[in-house]
Structures are given as C-alpha cells and as structure tokens.
Design a protein around this ligand. Sequence first.
Ligand code: FES
Length: 413
Amino acid sequence: MRKGVKMADTNIEPPLWLLAEITYRCPLHCVFCYNPVDYAKQHKELSTKEWIDVLRQGRRMGAAQLGLSGGEPLLRNDLEEIVEEGRKLGYYINLITSGIGLTEKRIKRLKDAGLDHIQLSFQDSTKEMNDFLSSTKTFDLKKKVAELIKKYDYPMVLNCVLHKLNIDHIGEILTMAESMGADYVELANTQFYSWAKLNRDQLLPSKEQLERAEKTMKKFRDRLGNRMKLFFIMPDYYSNRPKKCMNGWGNIFVTIQSDGTVLPCHVASMLPGMEFPSIREKPLDWIWYKSPGFNKFRGKSWMKEPCKSCPEQNEDLGGCRCQAYMLTGDPANADPVCDKSEHHAKVIEAVEDASKPINNEKKIIFRTDSDSRKLMNQKINGGLDLEKNRLFEDSSSPSDEKSRVGSSSVEIP
Ligand code: FES
C-alpha cells in the first residue's frame, strides 16, 4: 500500500506523481507540442500562493514526485519560489524545459532552492531543423544551457522527440548528445495527441525509417553501455497492443493545468461530457477520490468488449482513453492501437500512409496562440473535420486576440 492519506471510504490509492503545467506561455512553437490545441482560451494562471497550496495538498495526500513543465516553466519568475517550497515539502523535483531562459544566475538560484533534476529538450542535431521545428532560433542557446547543466552538477538528461522529419538524423543526434556528455538520452517517438495529431501526416515516420533508427540506436547503446543510457520510445501506432496509459487512469498521475484544472492526463479535457474541476473550486483530495471525471475510467468496470473479456486487460487496462476517443469517437472503446479493436484499421491506414511521400501542399501547423485561437474559431464555425473537432474541449472559445495566454497577477517577463 502507498504511503499517504486515503479517504476513509475508498480503496483508491493516493497519487504519486504531480505534474504542474505552471504556464502555457512558451517561446517555442513546436509542431508536436502536447499542450491542448485550445490552450489559448483564457487561461488565468494560478498565482504563486495557489501553486504552493496545490503542492501542499498533493504532498499531504502522498505525492512524492513533482514535475514542473509548461509551456516553458522558466517564464514564471516565481519558479524558484515554487521549487523551494516543493523541496521543503519533500518532493523530488524535475524541471522539464526547453532551456530558454536558463541563465547561469537562474540555474544557480534553482540549485540553491533545491531543484533535483533538469530534463532539456532538443528538436534535432542540426541548427536548421531544430530552429525550423520549434519555429525559433534556439539551437545555439540550448547548447550553452547543456554546458550550464553540467557545470552545476546535474545529470545531463536530454530529450529529443523523434518523427518523420528528424528520425533519419538519429546517429547525429546521438553523436551530439555524446559530445555534450549526456548521461541519459530519451528518444521519444512522437505520440499523436494535440498539435502532433493535427500534423500527423507530416510527422508519422515510415516503418523503414523506424527500423533504421532502432538499429542505429542499438549500435550506440552497445558501444556506450551505461556511460550514456538510451531510452527509445516506440510510437504507439507501430505496436499491436496499447500502452497502459498513465499507468492507469487516476492511478498514479495527476496533472494540474496552468489555470488550475485538474486532470488524470494532460489532454483529458477534450473528452466529451466530462467535467474536471479546478483546484480553485474543490480540494485536490476530493477531485482525486470523489470527482466523477477521475472515477469514470478507473479500474476496469467501465470496459466494453473486446477489453471486458480480454485476458490481457490487466496489462494495458484497455490502453489510452484519449486515443480511443480521438480515433473512434468513444473514450470507452478499446484503444485502436490494439489489433483486437474493431477500429484497428484506422491505425493501419495511418501507418500505410506514412510510407508515401509527404504531401507538401498540406501545411504544418505550429503551436502558436494565434493558431490556437484560429483553430477554435474554425471548430465553432464547423470548419474542421471530425477527428480534428475531437481535439477541443466542447465549450472552449478563443480569448481576445490581444490578451496574453496565461495573463494573471504574475509578472510576465
Ligand atoms: Fe489521456 Fe492516455 S493521454 S488517457
């Protein structure tokens, strides 16, 4: 049994991981960003005091790991304060960052505040592709940040999201990581949620690309062993069984969005007919244990066939609810990555299309406030196809063009 405070009348275990998406503001515009496509609705960020209260509530319940992400968490000028409080409470704290804004002064302050771990993202080994994919000129800056991470004695953890446009550079990416002295490299193939789902036709690699990349990665792994640990995460679409998403709905992970909405995963707000309360309205323990949203897909009682009678149901718990909804329209369906799903052909079709040449007429959509607003308007006016429609929360509507995403009492640098 996990440590922590349970509600008396429930068998539900408390959360272990708390992911705080402290802002949706971001200097980058990544084409595969996992933030909700409608993030530019009016998000009033939680204040420092509110975040500190969330951390206290989470820790009282038993959460031990704290992820600080965004957007770009370094855009919050109270990040050090949040880290300091997290440390006092006893969390293990991981900063998930693009590195933009991580100056020597700030890394020193974060170290003093008690930050345990930094995960730095890269888009590619080449300046051109890195800057194109993020729609910014950030490559050289990231290299400097990598040096600072070493200097301040953090393990060097690099993350590179792989997809059709960069997967053939995997050898160069790993050579670059080696030359930077990386201790861990996470090569995470894009999973197709949010902005990546919008851009799936341009981003899903072909089977041949994936096989070549895996071979190259294995060569590096054999040579480097423990000196640089490599993690290669396959895209769901190339499996015939789904992942146990979030290690089970409402089982271990809790995500708090920048405006305080509490979710079982980072995109669940798009699921229809479900309400996820804000930490401004309800205490975290009530949301975790009692809210209808968190209980909806907990355990197995919600399952339909083929999951209901599947001998593997404990291994994957039916896969990902959000993927089931995006691809089939019903979040209670089996994740169509599973070849037992009657909708599996959808995944096969996407994989087959991935071996065809890219359609250059179809434009890549970068994650920007203005595109988020534009897409919301298109959805409201019926201008999006069915699968794209499913990426939006039912009631989301764009904030004023002139308003800043994340506007709040927090000073915006
Ligand atoms: Fe929401 Fe998998 S991403 S349940």
